[in-house]
Design a protein. Structure first.
Lengths: 96, 252
């Protein structure tokens, strides 16, 4: 298949154990959600990597634009007080 | 026929069915219609070879003459294989491949559901393990048939043709001879007639969803269980067996 007659692309997320967050592992091509799920199962869970799968159409993802990096991410650079490590532990605090 | 002899033959038949279809699917490795499907089909192939190994190993134990799984796979001739003709049919186009797979998987899904309660522990354990794999193979092939049938005009007629071509091969799966009757009587295997209606209902549901018209009834495939094969098995075995026959003692 050439690039322009491929099935739509789906992003695959695998949960390795109940309760853990789903992790992005890659993508598959498939005609619809059920087949995307099957393809994801065949490609990404052959070695017991997961117990649950999410597939999402790639074109449904709203992504940030790299051109926006200055406005989006740089302002966080000098806000070191947002990290927990900025604060000294109060004396006597045992359960933080 | 005594029960042990029947059990040996039954295990070899299940092993032969799985192995020849497993080999057919392995022929598609690197030749699948697209990457994801290539891996899906070879995954199914690997599952079938796993099932083959269990059945051949069990057969070797029942026979008690020291024959191994490799001996059964590589050192038997065409008439000694007792697989159904369905599994040796060529891959054809993708529709032919999934039509063949659907009939096989739906049959074995219903067989394994019953066989997992066999009083023979080996058969029961084999069926319970294989049922999980087969349930997925069935889902995979059935969902494809729905999409091809209810897809484009071209995919519809291609899958309709593929199903018409392969439909007559289902009869052999339900055949019974002395081997089956001995084991049914001993209570070790289900009588296939008990799940024939369920088999047909499962397939009819898929065909309805796929907008497939009624399939053509023609001849009834037969012969495989007696070692009488179609022209294809004779071409499969020389390829499949060439390495161990050329280098009999080699290990890899």
């Amino acid at each position: 298949m050439s690039a322009d007659n491929q099935f739509p692309q789906w992003e695959v997320f695998i949960q390795s154990k109940t309760g853990l967050p789903y992790k992005h592992v890659g993508n598959v091509h498939a005609a619809d959600g059920e087949l995307a799920l099957q393809n994801a199962r065949d490609l990404y869970t052959r070695r017991q990597e997961g117990t649950s799968i999410w597939v999402l159409p790639t074109d449904q993802i709203v992504a940030s634009n790299p051109d926006d990096s200055d406005a989006f991410f740089d302002p966080a650079e000098d806000k070191i007080y947002r990290a927990a490590t900025y604060y000294t532990m109060p004396k006597g605090a045992k359960h933080i | 026929m005594d029960v042990n002899e029947a059990l040996l033959k039954y295990c070899l038949r299940l092993g032969d069915d799985a192995m020849i279809l497993g080999h057919r699917l392995s022929e598609l490795c690197s030749k699948g219609p697209y990457l994801e499907e290539d891996i899906a089909l070879t995954n199914i192939s690997l599952d079938l070879f796993g099932q083959t190994r269990m059945m051949y190993t069990t057969a070797g134990e029942i026979e008690g003459k020291g024959r191994t799984e490799d001996d059964f796979a590589y050192k038997r001739l065409e008439p000694e294989f007792q697989n159904v003709l369905l599994v040796e049919q060529p891959n054809g186009n993708f529709g032919n491949t999934v039509a063949r797979q659907m009939i096989f998987s739906v049959f074995y899904y219903h067989l394994f559901k019953e066989l997992q309660t066999s009083s023979n522990e080996k058969l029961a354990a084999f069926a319970a393990k294989s049922l999980k794999e087969t349930t997925y193979h069935m889902r995979h092939s059935c969902e494809w048939i729905v999409r091809l049938g209810d897809g484009t005009e071209e995919s519809h007629w291609k899958i309709q043709d593929a199903l018409n071509d392969i439909w007559s091969y289902r009869h052999e799966l339900f055949e019974k001879d002395e081997v089956d009757e001995t084991l049914i009587e001993a209570g070790l295997i289900p009588d296939t007639v008990t799940f024939k209606a369920a088999f047909e209902a499962t397939i009819q549901d898929v065909l309805d969803r796929a907008t497939i018209e009624e399939l053509e009834e023609g001849w009834k495939a037969t012969g495989g269980r007696k070692g009488h094969h179609s022209e294809y098995l004779g071409h499969i075995l020389p390829i499949f067996q060439s390495i161990p026959r050329t280098y009999p003692e080699s290990k890899w």
